[in-house]
Write a protein that binds this ligand. Structure first.
Ligand SMILES: [Zn+2]
Ligand SMILES: [Zn+2]
Length: 461
């Protein structure tokens, strides 16, 4: 009878994943992500949910990235009492990321209220607090890859490895009603075939409907050995220029890939001449979680005897004091810091000290959403503003596309191509400029029935 899905987020954009699945009498949320990408876009997070919170029986998450999980504490704050289903490692990563997100909300509200106090305006409340995020963690129930469970009566869920970050899952939902089974597959964020740490994404063979991410649907990543060569040259010229290298990085996924590559290519890149800082308390915690779940990926991320990457001159700067010491270094530092899209976090301090220096390098290794500072820099901004001050962009900016955690156009077409019955595929989690060429490829090469859903659209499966 009724197995339906409503697109309530990540349509024509990358962030804010939110899909409402109705299975008979029951309603589950597939993803509950935060909208990201600048103040105006992020205000949408404060709006009421496009459903009654009371009607949600369960939440299912594909992975821990905030654009997929970041509104769980908000749902909890508004009355949701669980459960939240996720892969085991996703649960462990959410235990770091959601409280951090709550902390950032509190900082944002504090900053805004300081401004409002001066103008005599009414105060705002944080979207949710750190302690609300911590409390929401009690709602989580987690499973291993391949382990099926019943989310609500009649709806069976299985997580399969999506190869994007630790714990990232392709979510397979099987709904049986009156002896008839219907299968819905959400790709989640899919990994890249040459990803250094993660395994390649699992291939599923049958579905009645597929929701597929399309972040890089318009792009073919450079071959991986070219990326390695590109980084080699970058380290050489940065060394000659005697500046620093900044790497804004998503704390979960990108950071561990980079640390792995640094250890793997340390000699070729002459990294012992540099001091490498992982300047991110959350990145340090997440790296530890990667240490606990080594069986979930193929690469040897850590040294033989420790839970640390095997690198000379490697420093994890957890405290603010340690972090501030880096600001005094003029030359020879590689700083990995969040946020990945330069929208906040410690990277702002490092930009302040380095972005105006032509001898410094800024290395962009991840997706930069529309409206973020990172995107403005990549798009060629001549100056940026930080804490009310203007800084000219004189550092050299490099975009290393081959290090992406996301599948490219070829990977996406291949992944969908494994579904022998060519089910309808709905492109989500991508901007229009990526979706249009991907839709064309899928139609031309595989005769796929492709749809680009709009916000609020509902489909029957
Ligand atoms: Zn992701
Ligand atoms: Zn995502």
């Amino acid at each position: 009878m009724a197995f339906t899905l409503e697109f309530q987020g990540a349509t024509g954009e990358v962030t804010g994943s939110l899909y409402v699945v109705r299975a008979g009498e029951h309603t589950v949320l597939l993803e509950c992500g935060l909208v990201q990408g600048g103040k105006t876009a992020e205000r949408r997070n404060e709006e009421p949910f496009p459903f009654a919170v009371g009607e949600i029986d369960a939440v299912i998450l594909s992975h821990a990235h905030i654009d997929h999980s970041g509104r769980v504490p908000l749902l909890f704050k508004r009355g949701f009492a669980g459960p939240v289903y996720a892969q085991n490692a996703t649960r462990a990563l959410c235990a770091i990321m959601l409280p951090d997100s709550g902390y950032l909300n509190e900082k944002d509200a504090e900053w805004e209220n300081k401004r409002r106090r001066q103008r005599g305006e009414a105060f705002v409340e944080p979207l949710y607090t750190r302690s609300e995020a911590e409390a929401s963690l009690a709602l989580f129930e987690s499973y291993a890859y391949g382990e099926s469970f019943e989310a609500v009566p009649g709806l069976t869920v299985t997580f399969h490895d999506a190869g994007h970050i630790l714990g990232s899952s392709i979510v397979e939902l099987r709904y049986v009603e009156e002896g008839r089974q219907r299968v819905l597959v959400l790709s989640g964020d899919l990994g890249y075939r040459d990803a250094p740490v993660m395994n390649p994404p699992a291939r599923l063979k049958r579905a009645d409907a597929v929701l597929m991410e399309s972040t890089y649907g318009d792009r073919l990543h450079r071959p991986f050995d070219e990326t390695i060569e590109e980084l080699s040259e970058l380290f050489e010229s940065a060394r000659a220029a005697q500046g620093n290298i900044l790497v804004p990085s998503f704390t979960v996924g990108r950071t561990q890939d980079i640390l792995y590559l640094f250890a793997e290519h340390a000699r070729r890149w002459n990294l012992s001449r540099w001091h490498i800082f992982l300047d991110s308390p959350m990145g340090i915690d997440a790296t530890r979680v990667y240490g606990h779940y080594r069986h979930l990926y193929g690469a040897n991320l850590f040294g033989p005897t420790s839970n640390l990457p095997d690198l000379d001159n490697f420093h994890m700067t957890e405290s603010t004091e340690e972090s501030m010491v880096i600001n005094g270094i003029q030359s020879g530092a590689i700083v990995i810091a969040g946020s990945g899209m330069c929208s906040g976090g410690r990277i702002h301090h490092h930009l302040k000290h380095n972005i105006w220096r032509p001898e410094c390098h800024l290395v962009i290794v991840g997706y930069q959403a529309h409206g973020t500072l990172g995107r403005r820099i990549v798009d060629g901004a001549e100056e940026i503003r930080l804490w009310g001050e203007t800084y000219p962009v004189r550092a050299r900016v490099h975009t290393i596309g081959g290090l992406s955690a996301h599948a490219d156009q070829q990977d996406l077409v291949d992944w969908y191509g494994a579904f022998a019955n060519r089910p309808p595929v709905y492109l989500v989690h991508g901007e229009e400029r990526a979706q249009t060429p991907l839709a064309r490829e899928l139609r031309d090469r595989l005769a796929a029935p492709v749809h680009v859903p709009e916000l609020g659209q509902a489909i029957a499966i």
